[in-house]
Design a protein around this ligand. Structure first.
Ligand code: DX5
Ligand code: ZN
Length: 230
């Protein structure tokens, strides 16, 4: 008889965390919106920073981030869709970021940027666009606390989930497990109650969702977050 403990060792109880993307929130009431998703049970606040250069959209920067910080104690999961990055890093650190995620495509020196984020005492994340292979982050896996898989082309909310992301998520789950380190595997873009189960089954443990959380207005936030946890 096989060792009865084996099955237990393979049943990893993944606690799925939910990071609502405030890109889909009411920008005219961002403080209220952040308090609302906090009270609705989110785990992280996902802040999409866009510069109109790395992605064809512009959102917010350190001044707004700093004003939002007092409205919640939940971690600010800051997704920098900007290039270059390094000249603005200190401002995002001072503004109150808890996790800063940079795109591996945004600089030839992402390793050094990640070192700087860690040196400031924050958690460091690296993100991959849909066309970027998992292997692109192989040599920063010893540095990062989070890997962010873009399951849409970054720049806008409300897009459709790119199905080929599932293979990349599984590949990165294996890469993360091989490190023996604690690294969040976060997925971002087109995550809904329909796609979430497949994303988690592929190995993700943090789900970013904008439209799926904010679509029904304030009254729906708690139910929408719960629906993503499955
Ligand atoms: C896209 C952003 C995502 C986006 C997710 O560039 O990085 O966080 O806001 O929005 P949904 O969940 O609507 O796809
Ligand atoms: Zn994002």
């Amino acid at each position: 008889m096989k060792n009865p403990g084996n099955w237990y060792l393979n049943v990893v109880q993944q606690t799925v965390r939910i990071a609502p993307s405030i890109l889909s929130a009411d920008f005219a009431r961002l403080g209220d919106e952040i308090r609302a998703i906090d009270e609705a049970g989110c785990d992280y606040i996902h802040v999409d920073v866009m510069d109109g250069h790395f992605v064809p959209n512009i959102t917010m920067g350190p001044p707004i981030l700093g004003k939002l910080k007092p409205h919640t104690a939940k971690p600010f999961d800051v997704h920098l869709m900007i290039a270059p990055v390094d000249h603005l890093l200190d401002a995002f650190i001072v503004a109150g970021s808890d996790i800063i995620t940079v795109h591996i495509e945004a600089s030839p020196h992402t390793h050094r940027t990640l070192q700087a984020i860690k040196a400031a005492g924050l958690k460091a994340g690296v993100s991959l666009n849909p066309q970027t292979p998992a292997s692109a982050v192989a040599h920063v896996m010893d540095l990062v606390d989070l890997v962010l898989v873009m399951s849409v082309n970054p720049g806008f909310g409300g897009q459709s989930f790119i199905e080929s992301s599932l293979d990349k998520i599984a590949e990165l789950r294996a890469m993360i497990d091989a490190t023996g380190r604690t690294i969040d595997l976060e997925v971002d873009g087109g995550v809904t109650p329909e796609t979430a189960p497949r994303v988690v089954a592929a190995g993700a443990d943090v789900l970013v969702a904008g439209t799926a959380v904010f679509k029904d207005g304030l009254a729906g936030y708690a139910a929408n977050i719960a629906a993503l946890r499955g």
